[in-house]
Every structure is written in structure tokens, then in C-alpha cells.
Write a protein that binds this ligand. Structure first.
Ligand code: GDP
Length: 445
């Protein structure tokens, strides 16, 4: 599905991971190559640009782990950025089909693989989820398309709504709904008409069907081979009738995969499934983690870096706990705490886990504390020198002004941060003095 892109990126990273030390220039060169590789895979320019920018930012802010090479670390960052660009909300491939009978509207251009995909999904829902599915073709202009769905239905053992000549799409949709209700079906799928181009009539018809069916899912089927065009088609369909997810077909024939990479970033709609052949089971859920792994083909390195990062974090927090037990708590400690809080999704979880911090967490929350404040505080600490971080009491008014300006913030925010560090330091001292029975020491046992 991504052979060409995968090969190109493989070359870039093989070179990078073989080097022991990396200069900024090495990373910049590699990222330029990544950008070219993405563009050649027909990823849209803004998406490629944002992607490289995100990687660059993460690479600069990253704590260095001794047990992996910088090149390996860059691979991991690119891997995570790929997941970010592919990821939508919710479970991959999950369809909203509770409240039977749940309507699924299938839309797309003629030849995109809509009818095939309708049958593939019906089969999947039947085989894997034990659902009873009814399929109906609404393509009144092409009797052959209606026949095709009926034939596929017989082939996969899924019911289709009987064809009634002369009926319009809205009437068929209504009949499908009634039939699905009466027949005790879990899901009914409406395969709408396709045309070669998006035009008024196509959209008006799909919208009319949508309005009577009230679909739980509107799945747009697009031909992945058409690259950026697929993304444009998706944008237009979404604007005009609203889609809940995309199915990219013919990904078995696309070695570049650009459409898959741009789709979510450009349209905001998740790819739910990919079609990988003409056979009825040639469909897969679109799983960002797996796809990212497939594109990079460097699962070993990713796992290695993950492990090393975990170890590093563990070492850092153990070191901090030891310092805290001795009653020491400087800006480095505070920064680490703030970063961990950010990672753990806010104050509450983190502070709740530390003895004596629950109340403080509540206070800061009541004071309107949120993640943007955490980020600003981290920025402030980053503007301090090494010496100042270890010993914040040496800060003079003029330095405070510079530091606040460096982080683009007011001095008052810095003062608040300093107060927080002092208060936490005092608390650590108190806890440290509690001796052997002290809470922190207790917690460290
Ligand atoms: P529709 O006009 O959108 O309903 O398109 P069809 O479902 O009739 O599909 C058109 C052609 O594309 C058929 O020959 C399908 O077998 C083929 N097709 C559909 N999906 C895929 C896919 O994922 N991979 C490949 N290789 N062919 C596909």
C-alpha cells in the first residue's frame, strides 16, 4: 500500500540511524528528504510541510536518552507524527450501528468501488459482528448497478431489497427502512447512485436520501489511486452532504499512499476502511498505528526508543523522589513535574498521586488552572539559565524581566511560578523532616 514511500523513507532513516552523533544539519537534511518523499507519494504540500515542522519541533525539545542514537530517536518521532496525521477520533473502523435498524449511507463517484465496498462491509458486519444486514441499491439510472448489488448479495449471503422498476431513490430508501424494521435487520445499507463527476443532481439526490434515511454513518467511497483528487472529492462531498468517514479503495494498487496520508489532515474526516482488492474480504480497518509501522518498517527501533524513554523517565522520577525526600526541590524538579502533569492529562492525576498534593491540585484547579498554564510555566523555566534553575532565589528583578520576556509572558506569571516552587520546596522540607516515618519515605518503600 505504501511501498514507494516506505522505500524512500527507509533509505533516509537507514543513513540516519547508522550515524553515532547527529548534527542539526544532519537532521535538517533528513527532514528535507522526508518532505520530498511525502510529496512524491502525492501527499498535499501543506500536509507535508506541517508534518516536517511537527517533527522538527519535537526533535528539538526531546530529552536525550543515552541508550539510543539520535537517529533512532528521530525515527520514533517520525513514527509518532505519522500516527498523529492519520488518526481520527474513536476506534478505527468502528461504525455507529446501535439502535437497529441502523442506516448506513454509501456515497461516492461512479467507479470508485462503492457497490463492491457496500457488499464487503455488509459481509464484514455479518461475519464478524453477527449483524443482520439488508442492502439496497438506489442507482435507478443504472439497472446494471442494481443487478450487481443483488448478485453480490447472493454471493455473500446478505439480503438485498427486491428491485421495483420505476421507483425513485427516496422511495427506495423509505422502503428499505420499512423492510429493515419489519424484517428485524440490525443494519440497512443504502448504495446511492454514482456519477462520473460531482454535479448538482448527484448531490441533490444524495441529500434527499440522507434526509429521509437519517443515516448513522455516511461513508464516502473514494478511489485511492487518484491521490490528491481523492482528497478533493472528499472535501466536496463533505461540504455538500456531510460524511462521517471515508473508505479508500484500490489501495492494493497504490504504492504511494498519498491520499491516505492527506485525507484526515485536509478533510478532518477519518479513513475508516481501505479496500485492498476485488474479492469480498479484501477490506481492512484503517489503523494508524499499524499503518505508520508499515510505512516506516522500523518497528524494532520504535520499540527500542519507547523502552529507553520509559527507563529514562523512571530514572528521572526516582532521582527526583530522592531529592524531594531530602527536602530539595528546584526549578528542574518543578519542570519535570509540570511536564509529567501535561503528559498525564493535567494536574489532578499527577498531584493526586503524590502524598499531600491532592488539596493543592484542587486549589489550582479552582483558580482556573489548565494545560496552557502548564505550557507557559515550562516555557518560563526553559528561559532560565542552568544556574538559575538549580537556585531560583538568585534571580534579580532585571533577570526576571528578561526571562518573562523570553517566554513572551508577564513578570507576574514568573513570580507566581517562583512562589509555587518555594511552597512546594517548603512542603518537601517538611515531609523530609518527618524522618523515617515521613510520607515520602513511606511512599518510596
Ligand atoms: P461503483 O461504480 O462505485 O459502484 O464501483 P464498483 O463497486 O462497481 O467497482 C468498480 C470496479 O473496481 C470493480 O471491478 C471492482 O471489483 C473494483 N474494485 C473495487 N474496490 C476495489 C479495491 O479495493 N481494489 C481493487 N483492485 N479493485 C477494486
Amino acid at each position: 500500500m505504501f511501498e514507494n514511500l516506505s522505500e524512500r523513507l527507509g533509505g533516509v532513516f537507514d543513513r540516519l540511524t547508522k550515524q553515532g552523533a547527529l548534527s542539526e544539519e544532519d537532521v535538517a537534511t533528513a527532514l528535507r528528504e522526508v518532505r520530498v518523499a511525502l510529496l512524491e507519494a502525492d501527499v498535499s504540500l501543506p500536509v507535508a510541510r506541517d508534518f516536517v515542522k511537527a517533527v522538527q519541533e519535537k526533535a528539538t525539545g526531546q530529552a536525550v536518552t543515552k541508550s539510543v542514537t539520535p537517529g533512532q530517536q528521530v525515527v520514533k518521532i517520525v513514527h509518532d507524527a505519522l500516527i498523529d496525521v492519520l488518526k481520527g477520533e474513536g476506534e478505527p473502523g468502528a461504525l455507529k450501528i446501535d439502535n437497529p435498524p441502523a442506516p448506513i449511507l454509501m456515497v461516492g463517484l461512479q467507479g470508485s468501488g462503492k457497490t463492491t465496498t457496500t457488499a464487503k462491509l455488509a459481509k464484514r458486519l455479518t461475519d464478524r459482528e453477527g449483524k443482520r444486514v439488508l442492502m439496497a441499491s438506489l442507482d435507478v439510472n443504472r439497472p446494471a448497478a442494481m443487478e450487481q448489488l443483488a448478485i453480490l448479495g447472493t454471493q455473500i449471503g446478505v439480503d438485498t431489497l427486491p428491485i421495483v422498476k420505476g421507483e425513485d431513490p427516496v422511495a427506495i430508501a423509505k422502503r428499505a427502512k420499512t423492510q429493515a424494521g419489519l424484517g428485524g435487520y440490525d443494519v440497512y445499507m443504502l448504495d446511492t447512485a454514482g456519477r462520473l463527476h460531482i454535479d448538482q443532481e448527484l448531490i441533490a439526490q444524495a441529500a434527499a436520501v440522507r434526509d429521509v434515511a437519517n443515516p448513522r454513518e455516511t461513508l464516502l467511497v473514494v478511489d485511492g489511486l487518484t491521490g490528491q483528487d481523492a482528497v478533493n472529492v472528499a472535501t466536496e462531498f463533505d461540504d455538500k452532504i456531510g460524511v462521517s468517514g471515508v473508505v479508500l479503495t484500490r489501495m492494493d494498487g497504490d504504492g504511494r499512499g498519498g491520499a491516505a496520508l492527506s485525507m484526515r489532515a485536509v478533510t478532518g474526516k477519518p479513513i475508516k476502511f481501505v479496500g485492498l482488492g476485488e474479492k469480498m474480504d479484501a477490506i481492512e480497518t484503517f489503523e494508524p498505528e499499524r499503518i505508520a509501522g508499515r510505512i516506516l518498517g522500523m518497528g524494532d527501533i520504535v520499540a527500542l526508543v519507547e523502552k529507553a524513554q520509559e527507563t529514562l523517565e523512571l530514572e528521572q522520577s526516582e532521582r527526583m523522589m530522592k531529592r524531594m525526600a531530602k527536602g530539595q526541590f528546584n526549578m528542574n524538579d518543578l519542570k519535570m513535574q509540570l511536564e509529567q502533569m501535561l503528559k498525564m492529562g493535567g494536574m489532578e492525576g499527577m498531584m493526586g498521586m503524590m502524598p499531600g498534593m491532592g488539596k493543592m491540585a484542587k486549589q489550582v484547579q479552582e483558580a482556573g488552572f489548565d494545560d496552557s498554564i502548564l505550557k507557559r510555566q515550562i516555557a518560563l523555566i526553559q528561559s532560565m539559565t542552568k544556574k538559575e534553575r538549580a537556585n531560583p532565589q538568585i534571580l534579580q528583578a532585571s533577570r526576571k524581566k528578561r526571562i518573562a520576556a523570553g517566554a513572551g509572558l508577564e513578570v507576574s506569571e514568573l513570580n507566581k511560578l517562583l512562589k509555587m516552587q518555594r511552597q512546594m520546596g517548603d512542603m518537601m522540607k517538611k515531609m523530609g523532616r518527618m524522618g523515617k516515618g515521613g510520607m515520602l519515605k513511606q511512599a518510596m518503600k
